[in-house]
Design a protein around this ligand. Structure first.
Ligand code: SF4
Ligand code: SF4
Length: 75
């Protein structure tokens, strides 16, 4: 599935290798475009995360609501 570049996963997850806390944007996330500014050097956890049906199901929601839904899906 094609990533919609909403950036939600780059905000939602706690990524210890990046010293990134949950629910805060990764410092490598270019928020306006949803692109990773360190794509080639992104850590394994980012490489392993795949776009799935949930990305599409929540695509029309606000970022706040997307984060809320992910908090329920990944609790
Ligand atoms: S939440 Fe899904 S669609 Fe949005 S950036 Fe991450 S992988 Fe892509
Ligand atoms: S390194 Fe790139 S892919 Fe990983 S969370 Fe940050 S912006 Fe997203």
């Amino acid at each position: 599935m094609k990533c919609l570049r909403c950036g939600t996963c780059c905000i939602f997850f706690d990524i210890s290798t990046l010293n990134k806390k949950a629910n805060e944007p990764c410092t490598f996330l270019d928020i306006p475009t949803g692109k990773c500014k360190s794509y080639e050097a992104r850590p394994e956890v980012c490489r392993d995360f795949k776009t799935d049906e949930i990305c599409y199901l929540i695509s029309s929601l606000t970022l706040e609501n997307k984060l809320f839904i992910l908090s329920k899906v990944y609790k």
